[in-house]
Design a protein around this ligand. Structure first.
Ligand SMILES: Cc1cc2nc3c(=O)[nH]c(=O)nc-3n(C[C@H](O)[C@H](O)[C@H](O)COP(=O)(O)O)c2cc1C
Length: 392
């Protein structure tokens, strides 16, 4: 038995308070674009009713422009205990307007701010993980959003990365600023933008941030099993954990993690028949999400099906047949053809899944790294753009 295993047994997570919201088991579904819409959140929350389930990022600019796609991402199911939205913005004024819409429209109970996205399309515009480099912009953005949300009792949290690359770390300053400007918690994805989703996240940076801040820190990066969640807490002292790719095709991971922190060794290990029923349910919820459009829902399910089937001995022909489904009937037929009694493949239970690649090159606005403050010209250049662009 290694030291990790012996430390795990006694580990407990205390509830975390985010303003008026208490998260009894501080295990967070990390926002994932195209994944953490309400159908997936509903499934996850059923397995872990005491966690926090964050929607995928919504672009402030698109929300302000009343883009219908952006509004779709802001929908919640009636069963969701805390309606948690993630906003992405670069322009503090637009971001404040978006927050005002959320507050005035009673659209959410919690707002998370995205300062972690490494996608070139985002960082090229100074957004996501590029933004904390500019201390003035980062501070102003949080100040304006907290200024709107705090009086309404809506807690704001910030999700950050370690920095741009090994030579341009931002997380300690960003964490302090977020705390000073009134964020209720900070989530650290312990990779730089340059590291993208490659390698292993550096949990020591999470421990450093925990030491540096008074507000709760959620650790994020490479939790593939309940044991990983326990190890992260024991090694870093983080108040809670945020799980991204590890729950793709495995919404039950939230029950495993809750069980582990409750001292139980029980784990959810559905056989293929049970997984098939979850796939069917997920697809039906997606039909609702897409306003009855079965084709959209079934297409949207493709990536999920690949994740759900990962590790099961299902041949290429069957996998291809799933990818060719166009209707719920097609999908349900394929599900019924799966060998129902096939046991859960333990070999993949705690293994990485989803994106794992490195970025080729970090894309930033021209001259971004030259100064920690934004010049007038930089702001002019940044804050243009197409307000109807809901993608980022
Ligand atoms: C497909 C995908 C979409 C993502 N979308 C978002 C997003 O909208 N907002 C965000 O803050 N992070 C996003 N992330 C990052 C995750 O929330 C998380 O920080 C990252 O995957 C590391 O955690 P993990 O190792 O548990 O996956 C995304 C990640 C993936 C794989």
């Amino acid at each position: 038995m290694g030291t990790d295993a012996s430390r795990r047994g006694a580990l407990k997570l205390e509830p975390v308070r985010l303003g008026p919201i208490t998260v009894p088991t501080p295990v967070v579904l990390s926002p994932m674009a195209g994944v953490t819409n309400w159908p997936f959140r509903v499934l996850c929350e059923e397995y872990g009713p005491d966690g926090l389930y964050v929607a995928e990022m919504v672009t402030a600019r698109a929300l302000v422009a009343r883009n219908p796609k952006a509004f779709r991402l802001c929908r919640f199911a009636p069963s969701e205990r805390v309606r948690s939205l993630q906003l992405y913005g670069v322009d503090p004024i637009i971001a404040e307007q978006a927050a005002r819409m959320v507050v005035d429209g009673g659209m959410a109970d919690h707002i998370d701010l995205n300062f972690g996205c490494p996608v070139p399309k985002v960082t090229r515009k100074g957004g996501g993980s590029a933004l904390p480099w500019k201390l003035d912009l980062f501070t102003e953005l949080i100040r304006r959003i907290v200024g709107v949300c705090r009086p309404a009792g809506i807690p704001v949290t910030a999700k950050i990365r370690v920095g741009i690359d090994a030579d341009h770390s931002t997380f300690l300053e960003a964490g302090h600023i977020a705390q000073e400007e009134g964020c209720a918690a900070v989530t650290l994805h312990a990779r730089t933008t340059a590291e993208y989703y490659g390698g292993h996240s550096d949990w020591d940076r999470i421990a450093e941030l925990v030491q540096a801040l008074d507000v709760p820190v959620f650790g994020n990066g490479d939790i593939w099993s309940a044991e990983d969640a326990q190890d992260m807490v024991s090694r870093t002292g983080c108040a809670g954990v945020a799980v991204g790719r590890g729950c793709q095709g495995r919404p039950w991971l939230f029950r495993d993690i809750a069980n582990a922190f409750a001292g139980s060794a029980e784990r959810v290990e559905p056989n293929l028949g049970q997984v098939g029923r979850i796939i069917a349910r997920h697809a039906r919820l997606l039909v609702d999400f897409h306003d009855g459009d079965e084709r959209m829902a079934v297409h949207d399910m493709r990536k999920h099906v690949a994740w759900y089937l990962k590790g099961f001995p299902v041949g290429g022909g069957t996998r291809r047949a799933f990818m060719e489904c166009e209707t719920m009937e097609d999908l349900e037929r394929q599900i019924s053809l799966l060998p129902q009694d096939e046991p859960y493949p333990e070999a993949i239970a705690g293994k990485p899944r989803g994106r794992v690649r490195y970025a080729k090159k970090v894309r930033l606005p021209q001259g971004w790294l030259d100064s920690r403050q934004t010049s007038h010209e930089e702001r002019e250049a940044l804050f243009g753009g197409d307000p109807m662009d809901a993608s980022y």
